[in-house]
Every structure is written in structure tokens, then in C-alpha cells.
Design a protein around this ligand. Structure first.
Ligand code: PHE
Length: 382
């Protein structure tokens, strides 16, 4: 019997162990992982240390590791079944690589990278896929390794100089990394943000094709997290980078589904040896076709239904696999008398590799309809 919390469909399970980032065939995610690993291993920053890379950490982690240890508030949206894939009420598919941070800190590591596949229930479009890859990094110092003036400030209970020290070191590493990846003339900016596990927190954005694009999140690890790892005398930084986002920009890859394709027209373009990142030349785009679906949500009362758009996105992905390119909510309304809510989604179908036939798309659309009826209990097609 599946646990009532279990919301991991077979299509997601089948992705576990694909390990795109470990392939030895020049897969762009594997190449990028290797570049970042090399950057942090070779000490590009004078005086910097060697970062050990963990790339075989298990995808299933505890709620404690993924959320509680990182001080994620109990009511944070990312904890909900609509956003995260749960195995049961205690275990889940990690939704970020930060999930391993406290485990490795407790083991005593002080400079390390964590890379792997992460899982999120999310939108369906060219830049979102329920499985993607992140590289996290952590660097911590024992108080006694810090310059004496900072130690003295900390003795007096003044953290200001320690914060400056940590944030400067973090920015130095990450701006050098981004310049190494994108070239030294790339324009960067730091934007203040918040994460449950860091304070202060920053995002790094690059100026790319006329707009600012966020490429990573980072910050100073909160004292409480370190204290809970029995590291009260320790300070440090952490960051997390989305690998697909970077690889899509570096190689002009227009659709995130391409990372998963078996079509050799994708992979063969990455076989050339060159100092510059390969620019992907899309093979001719196959025609798209869209179909709408509308249905009444289960609850009589639009306020109390616990249906989430992600529930529909997830079932449509299961039925259509990678033939669905994007899904948009195009209409929703609440019946004035019954208060029942109706939604209408537009599904865009397109294969990366071939032309789809009408009959094929009709069949998938029928599967999606059947799945709405059977899995959203109490819903009704319109
Ligand atoms: N885990 C964050 C995310 O998935 C990234 C992050 C890692 C931010 C470490 C700060 C520190 O978006």
C-alpha cells in the first residue's frame, strides 16, 4: 500500500539513477559539473583550500535533513505535498542539495561540494523540469583560524567583522567562478534575498542577452545551524547553483527537456573539443499543437479545495512524458451559485525529435482526461 503521503509517480522514480551529471560522454551537465569541481579543486583563488566533491549522495533524505535542520519554517510552501515529492511523512526526494549540508558538517568536513539531481513539483515550460541538478558548496572556519582582529571582535560578542570576512570570501569565490564559466567580461550584480538557512543571503545575477538572470543563491550559514551540528565555534558560507540554468545559457540550449533526450543529434554536438563552450544548433523545430482541457474541481467550495496546479502538471507529465512542452492555466472561475471552481489548461505538445501525429496527441489528451477523473477525486470534466 502506498503511504498516504507518497506522491512520487513512476515517471519520476524512473529518473532516479539516470545520473546525467556523471556520464562520461560529454553530456553538458557532466562537463559543467567537472568544470566547477576543477575550479574549486585547483585553488583558483590564491590561498584558497581544496574542496572535496560529493557526487553520490542518496536522493532520498529525511524531512529533518531537507527542511528542519536548515531552519525552514513549518509553514514554508516548499514543504507542502504540492511542491515536494514525499516517500512518506518522514522521507522525501531532496528538493535541493543543501539537504546534505548538516550531515557533512557533522562528519567534520570544512570545504566541500555536493552535486546531484534534485526533485520539485513545478510548472511545465521550457525552463522547468521536475528533476534538475544542483551544485552546492560549503566553506567553514574554526574561529581560531580567523585573523586575530576578527577573533578579538568575536570574543567581545561583535560579529560584524566576521560577517564581512565570510561574505567577502564567498563573493570572491563565486564571482571568480562565474567569470571562469562565462568569460571575464561578463557583467555581474549581487542582489539581497532571503533563505531560511543563510543570513545575510545574496543572489548572483549575470547580464545576459539584455536581461539580468539569476544564476545562484548563497549566504553566511546561520549560527543556529552550525550550533546544532556541534560547531558553535565555527562560521562559514554556503551556495547553491542550478546546473541546467547555467548550461542552457552557456550552450544556447532552448529547452530543458533536451538534457534527457536520446536523440543523437543533441549529444553529438557536444563531442568536439574546444576551449569555448559549444553553441547548440537546434535541429529543425517540429510543429507544436495545443489542446485545452477544462474541469470542475472536487470541492463544492472553491476556498476549501486542496487541489494545486502542480497536481495537474504532474499528472499531465506522467501521461505525456516529454511530449508536453508547456502548460498554462488559461482560465478559472467560480460558479456564482454553487461556489464550485472550474479550471482550463492549455497543453502545448511538441516532440524535440520528430513530428507528432494528430491521433497520437488525441490519445495522450484522452489519457490525461482519464487521469484527471481517476486521480483528482470528485473532479468532473466539462
Ligand atoms: N538551496 C537553495 C536553492 O535551492 C540555494 C542555496 C544554497 C542558497 C545554499 C543559499 C545557500 O535555491
Amino acid at each position: 500500500m502506498p503511504h498516504k503521503y507518497n506522491n512520487i509517480p513512476p515517471g519520476i522514480k524512473s529518473k532516479i539513477g539516470r545520473d546525467l551529471f556523471l556520464q562520461e560522454n560529454n553530456h553538458p551537465l557532466a562537463t559543467l559539473k567537472r568544470r566547477i569541481e576543477t575550479f574549486f579543486a585547483q585553488g583558483y583563488i590564491p590561498g584558497s583550500t581544496f574542496f572535496k566533491c560529493f557526487d553520490r549522495l542518496p536522493q532520498v533524505v529525511s524531512v529533518q535533513q531537507n527542511f528542519d535542520d536548515l531552519l525552514t519554517p513549518k509553514d514554508h510552501p516548499s514543504r507542502q505535498l504540492s511542491d515536494t515529492y514525499y516517500v512518506n511523512d518522514k522521507m522525501l526526494l531532496r528538493c535541493h542539495m543543501t539537504a546534505h549540508q548538516t550531515t557533512l558538517l557533522k562528519e567534520g568536513h570544512t570545504a566541500f561540494l555536493m552535486v546531484g539531481d534534485v526533485y520539485r513539483r513545478d510548472e511545465v515550460d521550457a525552463t522547468h523540469y521536475p528533476v534538475f541538478h544542483q551544485m552546492d558548496g560549503v566553506r567553514v572556519w574554526d574561529r581560531y583560524e580567523l585573523p586575530p582582529t576578527i577573533q578579538a571582535d568575536l570574543e567581545k560578542g561583535n560579529r560584524d567583522s566576521a560577517v564581512v570576512f565570510v561574505m567577502d570570501d564567498l563573493k570572491l569565490h563565486l564571482s571568480a567562478l562565474v567569470k571562469d564559466l562565462f568569460g571575464s567580461d561578463i557583467e555581474l550584480r549581487w542582489v539581497e534575498t532571503t533563505f531560511p538557512f543563510t543570513e545575510p543571503s545574496l543572489e548572483l545575477e549575470i547580464y545576459w542577452e539584455g536581461q539580468w538572470l539569476e544564476v545562484l543563491g548563497c549566504g553566511m550559514i546561520r549560527d543556529e545551524i552550525l550550533k546544532n551540528c556541534e560547531k558553535s565555534n565555527t562560521i562559514g558560507w554556503a551556495f547553491g547553483i542550478g546546473l541546467e540554468r547555467i548550461a542552457m545559457v552557456l550552450h544556447d540550449i532552448p529547452d530543458i527537456r533536451l538534457f534527457w533526450t536520446d536523440d543523437n543529434r543533441f549529444m553529438k554536438q557536444f563531442q568536439v573539443q574546444s576551449d569555448k563552450p559549444v553553441k547548440f544548433v537546434p535541429y529543425s523545430k517540429h510543429p507544436a499543437c495545443y489542446k485545452d482541457i477544462s474541469f470542475w474541481l472536487p470541492s463544492e467550495d472553491s476556498e476549501t479545495t486542496n487541489f494545486h496546479d502542480n497536481d495537474f502538471f504532474s499528472l499531465a507529465r506522467e501521461a505525456a512524458g516529454d511530449l508536453v512542452e508547456s502548460i498554462q492555466l488559461i482560465d478559472s472561475f467560480v460558479h456564482p451559485k454553487t461556489r464550485r471552481k472550474s479550471v482550463c489548461y492549455r497543453i502545448l505538445y511538441r516532440s524535440m525529435d520528430r513530428n507528432l501525429t494528430n491521433a497520437e496527441v488525441d490519445e495522450i489528451q484522452d489519457r490525461i482526461k482519464a487521469s484527471v477523473v481517476s486521480s483528482i477525486v470528485g473532479s468532473e470534466l466539462r
